[in-house]
Design a protein around this ligand. Structure first.
Ligand code: ATP
Length: 353
């Protein structure tokens, strides 16, 4: 089944609800043809509002513009936009078989039976549900239901696919395997897609680019690796993974260094003027105390299976969170040496005047 690939443009798009709540502040976003974008952010940041505006389930404020391909759809109702939607609970029809669920949109559009059967057959192949055509949703696993929902959403050849927290209802283990499956399926479909989630791992695994949202607007957009490594907003650094904040006093600023446990680490040129910098827990190395290391004491040790998480206290800074993969011998009360790679330091927005 061939699906259209269109560019989606969101221009100066905002939503003020009747009670005055600003669900979305003026936002711009361009989604390339066939691209999968994740709208990622905590509860209340406006991601569902943006998705509903794209779907046509909410009307945008004056001055907003939403363009699908070369058509301005800003004032078009949902049924005239050509969107396919997948919801958290899948919203499958419980009394209908897998094939009837998938073919539903075609049935209500009056597509002749032989054409419908052909399209449903192709979709069954595409989402690999062969042999399950006659089953009802209650007889399927979570992953199979998700595939039915996806096949149903694309059966009507939408121009854009909208996914609203499609994995939120599943347990952690299933979620992990299904996000890989979903990512692969979306690539096979090749359609432009917007995926709403508050789960960073899910967004990283599924999307080509992530739009991180905070307080009603997109604060940063980019591929997962660059957003994680080069956050341009402190919220992004904190939301995508964890960070330590390290302070720099007047003396450290004057000397272009960062003071840590009796040690001085040269501060990269770009961060010289910053009163504080950030560092991810996995970018702190823990080892025996030796020259060139900062002195620290292990205050807390949490074994997390594939890694060990430590809280260490060190002179001149708030306690640091440290993560080490694999085995680590250090225990609470041990004196250790910590070292950091200055290139891994992240900027905070605050800059000295
Ligand atoms: P969640 O993950 O909890 O769904 P979200 O990021 O999707 O959160 P939105 O549902 O987009 O957030 O809501 C954005 C803001 O708009 C919130 O402050 C919310 O309370 C508000 N809001 C959403 N719908 C309405 C409405 N119908 N009337 C008034 N305010 C609303």
């Amino acid at each position: 089944m061939k699906l259209e690939k269109i560019r989606v443009e969101v221009v100066n798009c905002a939503k003020t609800f009747p009670d005055g709540t600003r669900g979305l502040l003026p936002t711009n976003l361009t989604i390339e043809p066939g691209e999968v974008i994740a709208l990622l952010g905590p509860s209340g940041c406006g991601k569902t509002t943006l998705l509903r505006l794209l779907a046509g389930l909410e009307s945008a404020d004056e001055g907003s513009r939403i363009v699908f391909g070369d058509q301005d759809v800003t004032r078009r109702p949902v049924e005239k936009r050509g969107v396919g939607m997948v919801f958290q609970n899948y919203a499958l029809f419980p009394q209908m078989s897998v094939e009837a669920n998938i073919g539903y949109g075609l049935t209500i559009r009056g597509v002749p039976a032989h054409e419908r059967q052909k399209a449903v057959g192709e979709l069954i192949d595409l989402v690999r549900l062969n042999g399950l055509e006659k089953k009802r949703p209650a007889e399927l696993s979570g992953g199979q239901r998700q595939r039915v929902a996806l096949a149903r959403a694309v059966a009507v050849r939408p121009r854009i696919l909208l996914l609203d927290e499609p994995l939120a209802a599943l347990d952690a283990k299933l979620k992990e395997s299904l996000r890989v499956e979903l990512a692969e399926l979306l690539r096979r479909l090749g359609t432009t897609a917007v995926h709403v989630t508050h789960d960073q791992q899910e967004a990283l695994a599924i999307a080509d680019r992530l739009a991180v949202m905070h307080a009603g607007t997109i604060v940063q957009i980019g591929d997962g690796e660059s957003i994680y490594r080069k956050p341009t907003h402190p919220f992004v650094a904190q939301f995508l993974g964890r960070v330590n904040t390290l302070k720099r006093d007047a003396d450290a600023l004057a000397n272009g260094v960062l003071r840590l446990g009796g040690n001085s680490v040269p501060c990269p040129e770009a961060l010289r003027a910053h009163h504080s910098v950030m560092l991810r827990p996995e970018d702190v190395q823990l080892g025996p105390m030796q020259e060139g290391c900062a002195l620290a004491r292990v205050e807390q040790r949490v074994f997390l299976g594939d890694r060990v998480q430590f809280r260490v206290s060190t002179e001149g800074q708030e306690p640091l969170l440290v993560e080490m993969h694999g085995h680590s011998p250090y225990q609470v009360g041990n004196t250790v040496g910590i070292s950091i790679d200055p290139d891994r330091l992240l900027p905070t927005v605050e800059i000295s005047s």
